[in-house]
Design a protein around this ligand. Structure first.
Ligand code: HEM
Ligand SMILES: [Ca+2]
Length: 684
């Protein structure tokens, strides 16, 4: 490792051909400079190469995520440096599992295991990956110290929103992104090419080093494997030039960027096939005590490391499913919803086979989810007016199609969004989870840190319903500068007296990912760039500025994660102007970059007017009603606390999506599994 680091240091600081790009990093110039992305980087980011970048850490098996369809077409020569794959897509009525071919001209956009997008080019202390150096050359303040000094830990309940509001946010998060390499590892994958220009490996130049996605049967495989470190050491100048021509490596995200319930269905055909029943269109479930739960994890000791051996641990489309009880409950609810829809469709269309039932149920489940997310949930965060103005939602009569797909938009989840802005809502986490009866009285409560990575608690007694009602009853924590002690001192404590600090992790992760500074993003978002500390007082309280001033050497050093989180909120939203700008941009892209968006009215991928009108009746409340074990009442607006204008009513009073609109008179047509990518050939 030392040798690799020092060789990289050598490249950066001495006379390597790629050196010119790094010259300004030495001497007196600002060190916290951004490298303009090279054209190669831009085109790589746009193309998103699925072959490059699957990390073995994801599932333990380096090829677990490997799409076999790509294998036979792995590049076997050519003169181009790291040729990119070009896929041809067939128009399908259904989404692929890995997100490929959503964008027909650029099939890899937004797929699992591709790069995050970025609003501003990365800024690392050393230009490549150092996460700690600041503009003044001094170390940035310790992340834990910032968490303690700048952020509070007061327990302030939100007067308007329930814990379901917070929990749905984590669901959306897990649908949209997951930093590759897991939550602990820091990965800076860098691509390597052979002398003849083939992409054969990716190396993490700072921690471990791993070979990627060369199928074992490819001759190039022998060049990587366990000797990756040696391999990197023996790279030729040309290899290294290739490596550095790509600029600082962009982090990879392991899930599809699209709002496509990838966390329920999986991010590859392989992942999906492990959790699908292949019968009646259903997903796999385990029956226990008359209820259906998620199937068992294949790696319980790893996925549920806080649970004693033998306790339930789940497998889902996303490996984070076991992280906390509320998350596992919503996973279960969305899975049960799929099966509920599939069962109903099977009755309505007895001529459908398993695949058609599966894909149709999946399509409806995703549509309801997109509807709830954009029309019921997101307005709470972004403000309905802001969303309307920026065309994230529309004033819809019940039947209008809205086809605003824009092929010029890159749907890849932005690093600034996933690593800073969206994490601000960790502030909403409540460390005490109430168990609540049908009459909405509190029966007891759980301590969050007792039940992380230990989901068995949701199956005990009546807990599934009591916790679901609890989430719909309990207020979330106020969206402010306070972060609950359970995640600020006790995160993942695993029976130890203390644990980690999520706010500190978020700050450090901002640096790992080399996000441009708070001041840069302010400027990008049209907020005045601050020239002095005092200039921040337009949006930040003076005493918070004072606290930041005691830690950072310069106002220009303030991390995006920190500065964005201490701004006064824009009226009608839950974020300050800088984060609001990033979030709005992201959710715009997620909508108009999705060719399968549920409102599009496309004859192949969309719904009929009647069906769309039904989808638009979907609500969070109904989802909870239909998929609890035995929940019989709910307030109509489940993201909002119970009140006179939002009283608990019988579930039968809450609108329901009428699936008879999906009765299909057409003769039986076999639906194939969607792979989409027909042959991959390597163009030049
Ligand atoms: C009990 C609730 C939650 C817990 C315990 C939790 C915990 C975590 C942890 C441990 C990470 C990984 C941190 C790292 O290593 O960098 C993470 C990432 C993240 N969290 Fe949360 N979180 C929760 C809820 C939420 C909510 C409500 C949101 C947003 C509305 C959110 C947004 C994110 C985002 C955007 C990431 C980064 C995703 C990526 O890898 O791209 N989380 N969270
Ligand atoms: Ca997704």
């Amino acid at each position: 490792l030392t040798k690799v680091s020092s060789s990289i240091y050598h490249i950066v600081h001495n006379d390597h051909p790629a050196h010119h790009a790094f010259r300004f990093l030495q001497g007196n110039g600002p060190r916290y400079q951004s490298l303009p992305p090279s054209p190669t980087l831009v085109s790589n980011v746009l193309q998103g190469n699925p072959v490059f970048g699957t990390t073995p850490a994801i599932q333990g098996n380096p090829f677990a995520q490997f799409n076999p369809a790509y294998g036979a077409h792995f590049p076997t020569g050519g003169t181009a440096i790291c040729p990119m794959p070009v896929a041809r897509c067939e128009k399908s009525a259904y989404r692929s599992m890995d997100g490929s071919c959503n964008h027909l001209d650029n099939p890899q956009l937004g797929i699992a295991n591709s790069r995050y997008g970025r609003l501003l080019s990365p800024k690392y202390g050393d230009g490549v990956s150092s996460p700690t150096r600041s503009i003044t050359g001094e170390d940035l303040p310790n992340a834990r110290l910032i968490s303690l000094v700048v952020f509070g830990e007061r327990d302030v309940p939100d007067p308007q929103y329930t814990l379901v509001n917070m929990q749905w946010g984590q669901i959306m998060t897990h649908d949209m992104s997951m930093q590759a390499g897991g939550t602990q590892a820091r990965k800076h994958p860098t691509r390597c090419c052979t002398d003849d220009g083939r992409l054969i490996a990716s190396a993490d130049i700072h921690s471990t080093c791993y070979p990627i996605i060369v199928p074992p049967n490819d001759p190039a495989y022998s060049q990587v494997g366990t000797e990756c470190l040696d391999f990197v050491r023996t790279l030729t100048d040309r290899d290294i030039k290739c490596l550095y021509d790509n600029g600082p490596a962009e982090q990879l995200t392991a899930v599809t960027s699209y709002a496509d319930l990838s966390l329920i269905y999986g991010n590859s055909i392989q992942q999906n096939s492990e959790i699908r029943a292949f019968q009646g269109g259903r997903m796999l479930v385990d029956q226990r005590n008359g209820a259906e739960y998620l199937p068992p994890s294949r790696n319980a000791t790893g996925d549920c490391d806080a649970a004693p051996p033998g306790e339930v641990c789940y497998q889902a489309g996303d490996i984070r499913v076991n992280q906390n009880p509320g998350l596992a409950i919503l996973h279960t609810i969305l899975l049960r919803e799929h099966n509920r829809i599939a069962d109903t469709l099977a009755k309505l269309n007895p001529h459908y086979n398993d695949r058609t039932l599966f894909q149709e149920a999946r399509k409806i489940n995703i549509a309801q989810y997109q509807h709830i997310s954009y029309y019921e949930w997101l307005p709470i965060f972004l403000g309905a007016e802001n969303m309307l103005k920026n065309r994230l939602i529309y004033e819809t009569s019940t039947k209008n199609f809205i086809n605003d797909f824009d092929s010029s938009i890159d749907p890849s989840v932005l690093n600034e969004h996933a690593t800073a802005a969206f994490r601000y809502f960790h502030t909403q986490i409540e460390g005490r989870l109430d168990l609540v009866s049908e009459l909405r009285s509190v029966l007891g409560s759980l301590r969050l840190s007792d039940w992380m990575n230990r989901p068995s608690i949701i199956e005990i007694g009546d807990n599934f319903d009591s916790l679901t009602r609890g989430h719909a009853t309990q207020p979330e924590e106020l969206t402010d500068i306070n972060f609950d002690r359970e995640i600020k001192h006790f995160l993942l404590r695993r029976n130890m007296p203390f644990g980690g600090d999520l706010r500190a992790i978020d700050i450090q992760r901002n640096r790992d990912h080399g996000l441009a500074s708070y001041n840069d993003l302010r400027e990008f978002c049209g907020v005045r760039r601050a020239q002095t500390w005092e200039d921040y007082s337009d949006l930040i309280e003076v005493d918070v500025i004072e606290r930041m001033k005691t830690l950072y050497s310069s106002h220009d050093d303030v991390d995006l994660t920190v500065g964005g989180a201490v701004e006064a909120h824009v009226e009608g939203s839950l974020a300050g102007p800088t984060f609001l700008c990033i979030l709005t941009e992201q959710f715009y892209r997620t909508r108009v970059g999705d060719r399968f968006w549920y409102e599009n009215g496309d004859p192949l991928t969309g719904f009929t007017e009647e069906q769309l009108a039904e989808v638009r009746k979907a609500t969070m409340a109904r989802l909870l009603c239909d998929n609890g074990n035995q929940i019989s009442s709910m307030q109509p607006k489940a993201f909002k606390t119970v009140s006179k204008s939002n009283p608990v009513v019988p579930c039968s009073d809450i609108p329901q999506v009428d699936l008879t609109k999906w009765i299909d008179q057409k003769p039986f047509k076999q639906t194939e599994d969607v792979l989409n990518v027909i042959p991959l050939h390597y163009g030049k």
